[in-house]
Each structure stands twice: as structure tokens, then as C-alpha cells.
Design a protein around this ligand. Sequence first.
Ligand SMILES: Nc1nc2c(c(=O)[nH]1)N[C@H]1C(S)=C(S)[C@@H](COP(=O)(O)O)O[C@H]1N2
Ligand SMILES: [Mo]
Length: 407
Amino acid sequence: MTLNRRKMLTGTALLATLSQKSKKSEAAELDIPSWTREPGAPILKKAYGAPSSFEKDVVRRTWTKMRGGQGSTLTPLASLRGIITPGGLHFERHHAGVPDIDPAQHSLVVHGLVSQPMRFSLDDLHRLPSVSRICFIECSGNTGTEWTKATRADVQSTHGLLSCSEWTGVPLSYILGETGMEADARWVLAEGADGAAMSRSIPLKKALDDVIVAYAQNGEALRPEQGYPLRLICPGYEGNMNIKWLRRLKLGQYPFYTREETSKYTDLMPDGKARQFSFTMGVKSVIVRPSGGMKLTSPGLQEINGLAWSGHGKITKVYVSTDGGKTWIAARLDGLILDKCLTRFTLPWVWNGQKAILQSKAYDEAGNFQETRQILHARYGDNLYYHNNGIQSWLVSETGDITNVFI
Ligand SMILES: Nc1nc2c(c(=O)[nH]1)N[C@H]1C(S)=C(S)[C@@H](COP(=O)(O)O)O[C@H]1N2
Ligand SMILES: [Mo]
């Protein structure tokens, strides 16, 4: 008698059953493993914990060539659960590498159209009222490669420029309350202390709404890759505006038209003109399990599990299709449903061993939903790269192999 994985006949069958035939083999099944027979590793072997050695393949990956610290790494979305991205797996996008900043020598200067220019040390900021919120960061280039064809094999490569953390820091509105603002101030320039001096203009209205000058991520200080010791969090806005290693905020009357908002991070429209600003990330979703590169080993119950998010607010609904968009079923939203935050959805599915095309379609509270690719292409033409929030399709073949398909 063995502990067998029963072939699933119906969707409700048990995946694994203990058969009752012989007492002797039952004892063998309950045999005590080696790790129960002796003490484990001593306490404090690792002062800072790390994942099990068996999880060594759950890592960030990259498909870009790193030149002078310019590049990105991708979050392994298919291996994660819930909505929080562990610090060590947060995607990275650096334009000039990761600076090693001594917080004692770092400060934030706020100047321009303020009543009183001020400099805040980290100690100063830690004394000010703090807020925490969970929200996603998505690079506007996420899924850019999938706009005109299915390019990358797995969800880490197609959608991995996406992560979600709990961020803690000082509301920018509080800091600007301290400095005061001139009546004609409308925009805030945010500048990073990295070699790229990454700079973006943020509407003052947004700055006063929900922007955070963050010093912590998932309970601990920001990771160096995420902007230690200080970064801007602009909930729902394109990743690029969440300036890392933040050193300066300057208030002005007009946008500052920095390099990253003129020659880069603009959307080219079908008529060849570029759209000036596309700050808010559109409503989007993706099935992460099962997804490209995985293989279903037998017909039967298979939970469909994915992530949905919107820069416009909360996710209200996610529909899942297993027939390439002909019919749709409402998925269950699992766990916390927060504003501008990753939201988990699940749907039990019984795979019948036939070809299937898995898709998901998300809706947000502002009334937006993911349009079909046909509609998006009619609207934006072939030029678009940033801000692709199209529906992702995964093809399940009769062999159970799953690939990325363009529909
Ligand atoms: N100072 C600075 N801030 C930056 C960047 C950078 O290169 N330098 N990259 C931007 C881009 S393009 C993105 S998508 C996000 C990525 O944040 P992450 O690396 O924490 O995932 O940071 C933004 N902030
Ligand atoms: Mo980005």
C-alpha cells in the first residue's frame, strides 16, 4: 500500500488518499523522518532569517543586459501568495545602479515655491507623524513586450515589473504643511540621489492627496534596491514617479519637463504624437497559477489564482475565462481588497484534459475594466510600449504544457 496520488475523476475527489489495506504499511507511511530524530540548526545561526534552502529557485530574474547599473529585475509572481512581496523579491528598476547611502549623511531638501525652504534629516523625519499603507508599484514598461505579440515565456518575464509592499513614512502633505506653499505652486519636482539623479514632476494635487515620503517597507527600513533610506511613494502612479533615494523636492508653477517625462515614459499615439503624461496605472490582472512555463500533470481540480490591481482605486470584480474569452465566470476576491493595491483572486477549475485558454479581466471602482486587445489596439495603434493593460492569455495544451499566446 502506498500513499498514492489518486487520479482525479471529478472535481471534488481528494488529491491524496491513504488507503486502509494493511496495518504494517501504514506504520511505514508514518515512519519518523531523519529531521525529527535529532535537534535542528542552533538558534541564531542566522541573525537575519532567509527562506528555506529548498526555495532557492524563487528569486528575481532579469532579461535585460546590465550596463552601468542600468537595468531591471523581475518578481517571481507565480511563486508568491497573498499580496505582499517579500523585500528580497521586490522587482528592481535602476537607471544608474544602487547607491550605498549613509543615512546619517542623507537629507531631504524642500525648496522652490515654498514659504520656508527646509532640510529634513532622517532623524527629523522619524519624529514626524507617520502613515502606513499597502500599495503596488508597477513599472509602466511592465508587459510592454506583449503589446504586439506573445514574447516572454512565463509570468515573471511578462508581468514581473510589479510588486506590492506595506510602505511607512511621512505624508508629503504634512511636510509641505511645515514648509508652507506659495499660492502659485502647482507641481513638485522629485529628485533622487543616485547617479541618474532620476527626476519627475508630480502634480501638487496628487502630492497633497496620498503621496508618502517613505523610510520603511514591510516593517523594516527600505531595502537599498528600493531607495534606502528614503523614497517617494505615489500610490497608483507609474513606477517611475516613485523616486528612490529621494534627496530633493522643489515646488514650481509648471511641470519641470525632465528627461524621464519627455524623451522617456511618454506614450506614442497612432498619429505619431506623444501623450504628455500618463501617470495613473490602468486596471489590470493576470493569472499567475497556472501560467506560462508550468505543466498540469493530470486532469481534475486545479485552482486558478491571480492578481488584479488598478491605479484608480479598489478592484471590484475579476472574471476568468478558460475558453479564450467566449465565456466568463466571476472569481472570488481573496483577502484584503485595498485601494491601489494588489488584490488576489481565485477560482476552482476542473481541467478536463483538453485545450484551454486561460484569461482574466479586472474591474475597478472607478468603472474601468480591462478591454480586449482589439479595442486597445484600435485606440493606441502598434506604437504603444508603456501602459499595456491588456488581457493576458495562457494556452493549456492537451499535454498540460502552458504557453503564452497572443489573442
Ligand atoms: N532615483 C531613482 N528612482 C527611481 C528609479 C531610478 O532609477 N532612480 N527608477 C524608477 C522606475 S523606472 C521604477 S519602475 C521604480 C522601480 O522601483 P523599485 O526598483 O523599487 O521596484 O523606481 C523608480 N524610481
Ligand atoms: Mo519603470
